[in-house]
Design a protein around this ligand. Structure first.
Ligand code: FES
Length: 155
């Protein structure tokens, strides 16, 4: 919640170090504003991401997740991003079955030169998660906001 008592989601953002992480850096150094709702987890390639990291982020109180990798054809490990995309589609369906709204799961591509696009991607992810409100956990019991704040950063 912000000072106006509006919901401000916490989003675990898994960013590929070669592209989206650099795009976030570029956005920062270019002074492009984007919402401060993401907690960045830098990954060597989205293809190296274990889908359990996403489940763990939700278990630790994240309201949503963002996975952003290199554009198709640009992955530094050839097709890691395409494997990640396939895994994400499957995981997304499983998560919906488990009660996680699709608005909480965001997947995109962003190159290192797309700082402005990255800012838009974060804005879209935040707006998507705001639509569905705070994550109440897989058991629907909710989270202690103070605990969630500190545990999400440890992901
Ligand atoms: Fe960026 Fe594979 S190296 S997604």
């Amino acid at each position: 919640m912000n000072k106006n008592n509006e919901f401000e989601p916490k989003i675990a953002a898994f960013l590929c170090t070669w592209c989206s992480y650099a795009a976030a850096d570029l956005a920062g150094s270019s002074r492009i504003q984007y919402p401060p709702n993401i907690r960045v987890v830098r990954v060597p390639c989205t293809g190296r991401m274990d889908p359990f990291l996403i489940i763990k982020a939700f278990n630790m109180g994240a309201d949503g997740i963002l996975v952003s990798g290199c554009h198709p054809g640009d992955c530094h490990f050839l097709d890691g991003n395409l494997y990640a995309r396939r895994r994400f589609v499957m995981l997304n369906e499983m998560m919906q079955y488990a009660g996680v709204e699709k608005e909480r799961m965001n997947f995109t591509w962003c190159s290192a030169s797309e700082g402005k696009r990255f800012a838009g991607v974060v804005e879209d992810a935040v707006n998507n998660v705001k639509k569905v409100g705070p994550w109440q956990g897989f058991d629907g019991q909710g989270f202690n906001q103070e605990e969630g704040e500190t545990t999400v950063e440890k992901v």
